[in-house]
Write a protein that binds this ligand. Structure first.
Ligand code: ZN
Length: 685
């Protein structure tokens, strides 16, 4: 199944990229907000492997009251789904979060001691990841406070935590991975995510969904997307659907309430129809209705303000069927949208001229709309770690028949770039001054363009053969899909067409991207992985696959100098590129093969490419990269604190003004969310 929300394709630039009661924390924020209004800071606190950033909602003050009010209601609908995401990530997450927050606010012991500090860090990681597993690597966090300390602390607070939860927190063998993708394991039984009830095996789940497929249906719904698979009373499997009146109903009702409040403020009738259809889907859980909603949504390209709100991406399910809940509200950055318009207007040219076999090309590229947006709020699976580009919907037949909508989120990419300025990564990992200059001159332009090409052309390109089942690549599907989109972008970054369209300044610019892509895929992205672990996440696997495949191919050519290679200087490994044109040829060659795999549904080829190139890490190289990185003292992961929207109402309750403040701390924000948007029971069985 294709998966399309992409984190920064260039992690490299992503780099570049006490006794406080809740009330006290919140009032402290109010004064801090005033101070920061003048002097906006892109970077905020650090904890564990995380640095918090802030993004600015550029242009909000220029919107009309009606538009601001629309955004306000949509942002409330976004925040209302928060608990759903926590529960999807693990069946104990809401209980653990509640317990930790209680200790965090009410602890009467030494708030400067190391145990409390360890609890605070652990809680921040839980807030950041939507649960007890790492948001990216999927491994369980190990707290630096002891079980004995927690038991005593909870006893002092008269707080009873279910006994079954202690090993979930403290025993490394219990629920070790949120999503396990290891070839040969039972991926359902060994994954802690909450999409399948305990005890259901992978074979049972696959059998259940294979039977539900309607063979030959040209417009199949995305079966399994919006439900948990459970064992019914008589032992048979059945779906517990996420909808009003169903599982997660109490939170979905609140989402619906805010969506309905937003309807009168939409600028256009078309957009009102989109929201009504989404509400209908939330009420019925009918996946056919979801497809209808997706079509209305993707056709609405004229509205200034837009949003995603729903069960969207399936990275969190080892089978790639069930979608995590997320929301983003945004509005168009009109000037920057000109850039992506040039790409989408020429979509057919790019399709026709790609190195892909013509039988796998789209004869007629439909409805790829692309725009650059300003994010106004992030929620669910997009908060605080977020995508910088989105391409939706995910349904293959909807994309085939109606196209897709693609966005680049400019205020987030620019926040990454500002935060990364001067991090020292270039000095440490780029091979020489000439290459560093290339990156300084063209890195940011190329990164934005890479995201545009990846999202608005790459994912939208190509077609499946009519007989190919869209799910045939199974657990390798998302890595292959991301590789396809990245390769499409890499191939075209070097094309004279981009200069002709005025998107790149010259035929040198792409070199910055080529260098950073290989460096990231082969070397620097490894800083996000613990020693001894494999690469698990689909985007990381994709980057490793491309970089290592290209390096190996370059080496095997019988020329005096490979197009690209890893070299060692003074004990440090670097990427060196000797022939950029040949490198482009290799990207094109791999794109051709990856498209064939996708179009034919060649599972065996997908599996061997991913397993051979994208999973294992050379231990010595890994150690070296981690050590060089450690000396830079940077955080490998970033996420965003949301702005706070303040609606002022008149005596009748009508909103008369909406304003934004930015100063809220990460802990204060999450405590406020837990207080104001806690709409699910702690146990959702
Ligand atoms: Zn993607």
């Amino acid at each position: 199944m294709p998966l399309r929300v992409c984190s920064n394709p260039h992690f490299y630039h992503l780099m570049k990229r006490k006794l406080l009661t809740m009330a006290l924390t919140l009032s402290a924020f109010a004064t801090a907000a005033e101070a920061i209004a003048d002097d906006f800071k892109y970077t905020d606190e650090r904890f564990a492997d995380i640095q918090m950033l802030r993004y600015k909602v550029e242009g909000f003050e220029r919107l009309t009251l009606r538009q601001k009010t629309f955004i306000y209601h949509l942002s409330e609908a976004a925040l209302a789904g928060r608990d759903i995401f926590f529960d999807q990530n693990g069946r104990y997450n809401l209980r653990i979060r509640h317990m930790l927050e209680t200790v965090y606010t009410d602890y009467r012991g030494d708030r400067n001691g190391k145990d409390f500090a360890a609890l605070a860090t652990y809680l921040k990681r839980v807030w950041f990841s939507g649960g007890i597993h790492h948001h990216y690597g999927c491994e369980k966090f190990h707290p630096d406070f002891s079980e004995a300390w927690l038991r005593k602390t909870l006893a002092d607070l008269n707080y009873t935590l279910d006994e079954e939860i202690y090993p979930v927190i403290f025993d490394p063998a219990v629920m070790p991975m949120r999503v396990n993708q290891r070839d040969g394991d039972d991926l359902i039984l060994t994954s802690a995510c909450n999409y399948y009830a305990p005890g259901i095996t992978q074979a049972e789940a696959e059998d259940f969904y294979t039977r539900r497929k309607a063979p030959g249906d040209p417009r199949p719904v995305m079966t399994g997307l919006n439900s948990r698979l459970v064992r019914g009373r008589f032992g048979f499997l059945e779906e517990n659907v996420w909808r009003v009146g169903g599982l997660y109903g109490s939170a979905i009702e609140r989402i619906v309430e805010h969506l309905e409040a937003a309807i009168p403020f939409a600028d256009r009738e078309e957009q009102k129809a989109v929201i009504r259809k989404l509400v209908e889907y939330y009420r019925t859980g009918d996946l056919r209705t979801f497809d209808h909603y997706s079509i209305l949504w993707l056709k609405d390209t004229e509205s200034l303000i837009d949003f995603v709100n729903g069960f969207t991406e399936s990275y969190g399910d080892p089978l790639g069927l069930k979608a995590s809940w997320e929301s983003i509200v945004n509005f168009k950055d009109l000037a920057a949208t000109e850039r992506t318009l040039k790409l989408s207007e020429n979509a057919q040219w790019f399709e026709d001229n790609s190195p892909v076999d013509s039988i796998f090309k789209k004869p007629e590229v439909k409805g790829i709309s692309a725009k650059v947006i300003t994010a106004a709020i992030l929620a669910g699976d997009l908060y605080p770690a977020t995508a910088i580009g989105i391409n939706l919907p995910n349904s293959d037949w909807v994309r085939r028949d109606f196209g897709s909508k693609s966005v680049t989120i400019a205020n987030l990419t620019s926040a990454y770039a500002k935060a990364a300025h001067g991090s020292g990564m270039d000095e440490e990992f780029v091979i020489d001054d000439d290459t560093r200059k290339l990156i300084a001159d063209y890195g940011d332009i190329c990164d934005d363009l890479h995201t545009d090409l990846h999202e608005c052309l790459g994912h939208g390109s190509g077609r499946l053969l009519p007989e190919t089942d869209p799910d045939s690549l199974r657990s390798y599907g998302s890595t292959i899909e991301e590789a396809r989109a990245d390769l499409f972008a890499l191939y075209y970054l070097a094309d004279p067409k981009l200069v002709e369209l005025g998107l790149t300044p010259n035929l040198e610019a792409h070199k910055a991207s080529y260098y950073t892509y290989l460096q990231n895929g082969a070397l620097t992205q490894l800083v996000r992985i613990k020693p001894g672990a494999d690469i698990e996440e689909a985007h990381m696997r994709n980057r490793a696959l491309i970089a290592r495949w290209v390096l190996e191919q370059a080496k095997s050519k019988k020329t005096s100098q490979p197009a690209a290679e890893l070299v060692t200087q003074a004990g440090k490994t670097y990427v060196r590129i000797n022939d950029y044109a040949e490198l482009r040829y290799l990207f094109g060659t791999l794109l051709r093969e990856i498209q064939r795999i996708k179009s034919e549904g060649d599972y065996a080829a997908a599996r061997s490419l991913v397993e051979d190139y994208a999973v294992k890490i050379d231990a010595d190289l890994h150690r070296e990269i981690l050590e060089r990185y450690r000396r830079l003292d940077l955080s490998p992961y970033k996420g965003f604190i949301n702005p706070v929207y303040h609606a002022r109402r008149d005596a009748q309750g009508n909103i008369v003004d909406v304003s934004i403040t930015y100063g809220e701390a990460f802990d204060a924000q999450n405590l406020r969310y837990s207080r104001d948007y806690h709409f699910l029971p702690l146990i959702n069985d």
